[in-house]
Ligand binder design. Sequence first.
Ligand SMILES: *Cc1c(COP(=O)(O)O)cnc(C)c1O
Length: 225
Amino acid sequence: MRVAAKYELIRQQIHEACEKTGRKPDEVTVIAVTKYVSTQRAQEALDAGIQHLGENRDEGMLEKWEVLQDKPIWHFIGTLQTRKVKNIIDKVEYIHSLDRLSLAQEINKRANSKVKCLVQVNVAEEDSKHGLAVEEVIDFIKSLGSLENIIVAGLMTMAPFTDDEEVLRDCFQKLRELRTQVQSFHLDYAPCSELSMGMSNDFAIAIEEGATMVRIGTALVGEAG
Ligand SMILES: *Cc1c(COP(=O)(O)O)cnc(C)c1O
């Protein structure tokens, strides 16, 4: 299926999730995760009217950057090794995977201007996932105050891979509660307005629970093409 057709279906689901909960569809940014697909398919996403692309590896992003340059708004969503920061820093608008001070320091050092970062939280405390534990997040964000190029734009999580709606809702609710807590400190470098949560199999639930950014790969651009 063409990206445009898939995007139409997803927009309908977003609309429904918003209607259910009294939200507006324009509060939700759709990030097309293009990590499995070709540059051509990423271009097709742009042609369908999608503005935001997400990549989880620097090689994948740089390959597409060669062609697409700054036409999309780039989101780096994967685990980021400190030594790779310099490869992507002047190309990305958002980094969704800030999870340690050494990474924040490197971003701060390499950036020429402020970088919007999301703190990755391992809400479900799965061994297989990166991110800080919920109870570590406040202290971590407070420790970033002297890094003038770091903006804490929001929080990001990956929910457990499950169809159990209750488990998913619980995960998303915990991230939203954590955002409220962060915002209560009124730190000027941490507006923390974004909630990056929801992927192909759970984005509708994430939106019902307050997601402002959904990261959709398989359901939007497909696994191949
Ligand atoms: C791959 C990936 C996604 C998209 O996953 P799909 O299930 O294909 O929608 C979202 N977020 C992160 C961090 C990813 O690595």
